[in-house]
Ligand binder design. Sequence first.
Ligand code: UDP
Length: 312
Amino acid sequence: MQIIVSGAAGFIGSHFCDYLLARGHVVVALDNFLTGSAANIGHLASHPHFHFIEQDITKPFSVEGPADCVVNMASPASPKDYLDHPIETLEVGSIGTQHMLELAREKAARFLLTSTSECYGDPLEHPQTETYWGNVNPIGPRSCYDESKRFAEAITMAYHRRHGLRTNIVRIFNTYGPRMKLDDGRVVPAFLDQALRGEPLTVYGNGSQTRSFCYVSDLVEGIYRLMLSGERYPVNIGNPCEMTILEFARHIQRLTGMRSKIVYQPLPEDDPKQRRPDISKARSLLGWEPAVPLDEGLKPTIEYFQSLQVSA
Ligand code: UDP
């Protein structure tokens, strides 16, 4: 297949491109490097099936040639990145998503949107099933991301209903692995960077908030299976193995063998108190479930961050 991927130089986008190329597909990759990095796709530069176009998808653009699938992965995705770029985040989820939907229509291609567990906001239902409508503050600091993705889901469903476009929506839960940005503020790179430097681990609030961490290879496998499915409604992809952030900090201390202390800092506004995907739908529909346990996924992640620190 020929597959157009936006956000291809991002953490998840670049792993998804690797996955597609390994299966023999041709990839046309788009990114404007707002938060993505050329280094994430540097190894693909001479790949015969990989074609990169530097493109901001919120601006009008066209892509030559046929396409079987259009995959919209472009967006700032860490709280720090979307708080630094709130308007760009809203634009890419709305205008950018519509441009990618139009591209899929023009090519008569199927369309996949990467959405997020942030659609559930600070969830009042636990674990989160796809039928839960969420608890989102529409004007809080995180709203630029949450509402942008909720709009992206809404317009994707509208294109499906109005134009009969074949669409998929994946709701991605916390994912980690090599190629995360060391300074993107998310808890996995933050704690690993701090631990490897022997600096204190910064736990926000009292650390009782929970998250469930999925290794990136499991995520891209789930996204690929969804892309080949006929499912039109959102599907959660994530690892249901839930822990508190304090437990995660202690785990990182043990795993790295570093004697970093834990320091407590204020909890960011609207920080979700709990998050765990219900993956029953992905299990039954896609035959998918995560295969990589936390420690196994953290090993290559730690090696990656060590290599960044050495080269810094
Ligand atoms: N967090 C933390 N210390 C940090 C970075 C994050 O305690 O240095 C917490 C954050 O408040 C949240 C959780 O870790 O409760 C996950 O944060 P992240 O930014 O990775 O992703 P989120 O799930 O909030 O989008």
